[in-house]
Design a protein around this ligand. Sequence first.
Ligand code: PLP
Length: 409
Amino acid sequence: MDYSQFFRTALDRLHDERRYRVFADLERIAGRFPHAVWHSPKGARDVVIWCSNDYLGMGQHPKVVGAMVETATRAGTGAGGTRNIAGTNHPLILLEQELADLHGKEAALVFTSGYVSNQTGIATLAKLIPNCLILSDALNHNSMIEGIRQSGCERLVFRHNDVAHLEELLRAAGSDRPKLIVCESLYSMDGDVAPLAKICDLAERYGAMTYVDEVHAVGMYGPRGGGIAERDGVMGRIDVLEGTLAKAFGCLGGYIAASHQVIDAVRSYAPGFIFTTALPPAVCAPASAAIRHLKTSQWERQKHQDRAARVKAILGAAGLPVMPSDTHIVPVFVGDPERCKRACDLLLEDHGIYIQPINYPTVPKGAERLRITPSPYHDDRLIDQLAEALVQVWQKLDLPLRAKPIAAE
Ligand SMILES: *Cc1c(COP(=O)(O)O)cnc(C)c1O
C-alpha cells in the first residue's frame, strides 16, 4: 500500500484550491517590535510585522520579559506534570487570582491554550447540563465548534450577531430546556462586536446560560482590560468568560473565569485540563505581569486605538478597500485567494512588509482579505509606508482602487 499517496493527494487538493499555506520564517527582536528579521530564501532581511496578535506589544514589555527570565531562573523551566500530579505551582495560583479579579468572577481556571479552554471548557460544561441545547453564533471560532461537537449536545446556529434570530430559537426551545448561548465578543476577521447586553437580556428572559469568548478583547477594551463585557458593563451578567494569555497579554495559555462551582466542575471533569501538563511558572508569571500592568496602564489601549484609526484613515484615503470595522482590526478586501496570496508575497518580497493572507476556510470563499493589526508601536512613517506599498501592489495585481478616495475619518 502506498500510504504517501494519500497525503500527496490531500496536499495537491490544497494547492489546486490555492489554499496551501506557507509560513514566513521570522525572528522577533525584543525592543524593536514591529520590526523583525525574515529568514528569506535569499538570506536574512529586515521586515515590519503588520499581522501580529501580540496586539499591544506586551510580548516585549520589560516587565513581562523580566518576569519570565526571573521566574525561570528561580523556578526552572517545566511545570513538572499535570495539575493533578505535580503541576500546580504558586505562580499559576496567582495567575488565576489575577484573572478572576480581572473579570470580577469568583474563580478562574488556566489551560495550556485558549483553544483548549474553549474545546474542553464548552464540552465539559455542556455535558454536565442534562439535555443541554447549545445556541452558537454562526461565526464562532473553530475551538468553540469543536467543543460543542465534543459535548454531543444538540446545537442550533443563530445568524451572526442576530439577536432576533437568537430569540426565535430560544423561544422555540421552551423555558424548561437548559440552554447555553456560546458566542465571541469581538470577531477577529471582520473586527465587529457582539451585542452582549442584548444577548444577556435574552439569556435572562429565556433562562439560558452564557459563555463568551473574549480572546480578541481582553487587555484591549474596558478600563482595566477586562474586555468588551467590561466596557459594556455586562461582565457580571455573563456566566463564563473565556480568554487567552497569548494575544494582547503576549504570553501563552488560555482560561475561563466564572463562579466557584463552574470552575470546580470544569477542573474536576475536563479531560483537556486533567490529562495535560500545566503551564510552567515562567509562563504564568509574565502573563500575570502583563495583566497587572494593563489593569492600570491606559497608554497601550489608547495608543492602540489611535494607531488603528490612523491606519483606517490613511489606507481609506489612498483608495484601498478597507472593510468597515468598529475595532482595532483593519481588514482590506481582496476577494480572490490567488491574488490575496500574491499580494502578501509582493508585500514581503518587494516592500519588507509581513501580512499573512486570510483565505478560506478562515473566511468564506470570495471574502479573502488582508487582515492588518496595528499596534501602539506602528508609527506614522510605518503607516505611510504601508499605504504606499499596498497601492503599488494593488496596481501591480490590477486590484480595484477607489477612483475617488473616501475622506479620512
Ligand atoms: C486565537 C483564538 C482562540 C485560541 O486561543 P489560543 O490561546 O491562541 O489557543 C480562541 N478563540 C478565538 C476567537 C481565537 O481567535
